[in-house]
Design a protein around this ligand. Structure first.
Ligand SMILES: [Ca+2]
Ligand SMILES: [Ca+2]
Ligand SMILES: [Ca+2]
Length: 235
C-alpha cells in the first residue's frame, strides 16, 4: 500500500478529516527538491514537487551570503497572489515575496501554489546567486529538501542572452507597457521586465522601461538605485 493510501486509510479509520495530523501528513510522501529557474533580474520561478502532493509546503530562499528567508504573501495580500504573466487572462501561477518573519511563511500545497511560484522581494536582485529549498515540515519545525541553485539575470537584460542590454531589451518593455507580449525575439513575460521599484509590482510601466534604459546607458543596478533605500546586495 502506498504511503498516500496509508495516510488516507488512517483518515478513514479515524473517520474525521481533522485527525489528519502531522504524523499522517508526514507519511504522505517524501519531500522533493523543487524545480527552480531565474526568470528575470528580480524573479525566481519555483515549482514545488510533485504537482499532486497533498503536503503543504513552504519555500525557503537563501542568499549566497547565507541569509535565508521564507516566501510569504505580497504586502496587503493574505496568501500567494494569482499571477497572469502576460495579461492574457490566463493565470500562470502565483507571485509571492520573501518575508522577514518566518511566522509569515506560506505553507500551501502545490495546487494551492498553482504549481509555479514567482518569487520576488527586496532581496531578490540582479546577477545574484540563490539557493532554494522546499520546507515540507511545519511552522517552527522545518523539514527541508536539498538546495537548488539559481542566479538572477543581469540588470535590465530582458532576454538573458548577452548579457548586455540593448535596444531590443528596451523595446520589449515599451511594448509590454502597451500590452504587447510578443516581440521579434519571441514571447515575453512580466518577470523579464518588472524591475522597478525595490519590490516589483507585477505591472509593466514606464518606470520599468526607464530602468532598462538606464541599464542600456551603462548604469549598474547599484547606480540606478543609488538614491533609493533598496537593498543592493543579498548578504
Ligand atoms: Ca497568462
Ligand atoms: Ca540583452
Ligand atoms: Ca513594474
Amino acid at each position: 500500500m502506498s504511503r498516500k493510501l496509508i495516510a488516507l486509510a488512517f483518515v478513514g479509520m479515524c473517520g474525521t478529516a481533522p485527525l489528519l495530523n502531522a504524523t499522517s501528513i508526514s507519511m504522505a510522501g517524501p519531500c522533493q527538491a523543487p524545480l527552480v529557474e531565474a526568470v528575470g533580474c528580480k524573479y525566481l520561478k519555483v515549482t514545488p514537487l510533485p504537482n499532486d502532493s497533498p503536503l503543504p509546503m513552504a519555500i525557503v530562499v537563501t542568499c549566497a551570503g547565507g541569509t535565508s528567508r521564507y516566501v510569504g504573501a505580497l504586502p496587503q495580500q493574505q496568501s500567494a497572489t494569482p499571477f497572469d504573466l502576460t495579461n492574457d487572462g490566463v493565470i500562470d501561477g502565483t507571485v509571492a515575496a520573501l518575508v522577514d518573519d518566518p511566522a509569515n511563511a506560506l505553507f500551501l500545497t502545490p495546487a494551492e501554489w498553482l504549481n509555479d511560484v514567482y518569487v520576488t522581494g527586496e532581496l531578490v536582485i540582479p546577477s545574484t546567486d540563490y539557493t532554494i529549498q522546499v520546507d515540507c515540515g511545519q511552522p517552527g519545525s522545518p523539514n527541508l529538501t536539498d538546495p537548488v541553485a539559481a542566479t538572477t539575470w543581469a540588470f535590465g537584460d530582458v532576454f538573458n542572452d548577452d548579457p548586455t542590454v540593448n535596444l531590443a531589451d528596451v523595446f520589449a518593455a515599451i511594448l509590454a507597457f502597451q500590452g504587447v507580449y510578443v516581440v521579434a525575439e519571441g514571447p515575453t513575460t512580466k518577470p523579464q521586465m518588472d524591475l522597478d521599484f525595490c519590490l516589483p509590482n507585477q505591472v509593466i510601466s514606464l518606470a520599468d522601461a526607464f530602468r532598462i534604459v538606464q541599464a542600456f546607458q551603462g548604469l549598474s543596478y547599484a547606480e540606478s538605485y543609488a538614491s533609493s533605500n533598496c537593498a543592493l546586495s543579498c548578504p
